[in-house]
Design a protein around this ligand. Structure first.
Ligand code: 5GP
Ligand code: ZN
Length: 115
């Protein structure tokens, strides 16, 4: 499903450029435009749903199946020692783009966040 007012639907359709790092029939991974750390990426299903609980389980399963590959690419590409995988659902949880997306955020001790 394509939602005309959704920026991530436009990115998935190739109407807006992105720093694409992986694509298949079901999902797309690309660089976050405002990264929390170097290498911060977003992983989205190509079909629109706003929240996880509204999503097609089969599509989310396909996305989840690619997380090991994508996390490995982040680790190998950046040499980071850790990473967060984060999915905000609803404005109260900090979701700003209403198309389901998973952040993969590389972390290093120098971040100082968890020390
Ligand atoms: P949320 O707060 O909804 O979980 O995260 C939305 C993320 O999407 C933010 O990290 C923001 O930087 C990113 N973002 C918003 N608009 C765009 C865009 O047009 N292109 C890309 N690549 N990232 C975007
Ligand atoms: Zn969308």
């Amino acid at each position: 499903m394509y939602e005309p007012d959704c920026i991530f639907c436009k990115i998935a359709a190739g109407e807006i450029p992105c720093g694409k790092i992986y694509e298949d029939d079901d999902i797309l991974a690309f660089m976050d435009i405002n990264p929390i750390s170097d290498g911060h990426i977003l992983v989205i299903p190509k079909t629109h749903s706003a929240r996880v609980h509204e999503s097609n389980p089969d599509v989310l399963a396909k996305l989840a199946a690619k997380l090991p590959l994508l996390a490995s690419a982040v680790i190998k590409g950046l040499g980071c020692s850790g990473y967060n995988i984060l999915c905000n659902n609803g404005a109260a949880a900090g979701q700003e783009v209403d198309h389901v997306h998973f952040h993969i955020i590389p972390r290093n001790p120098a971040d100082g966040v968890f020390t």
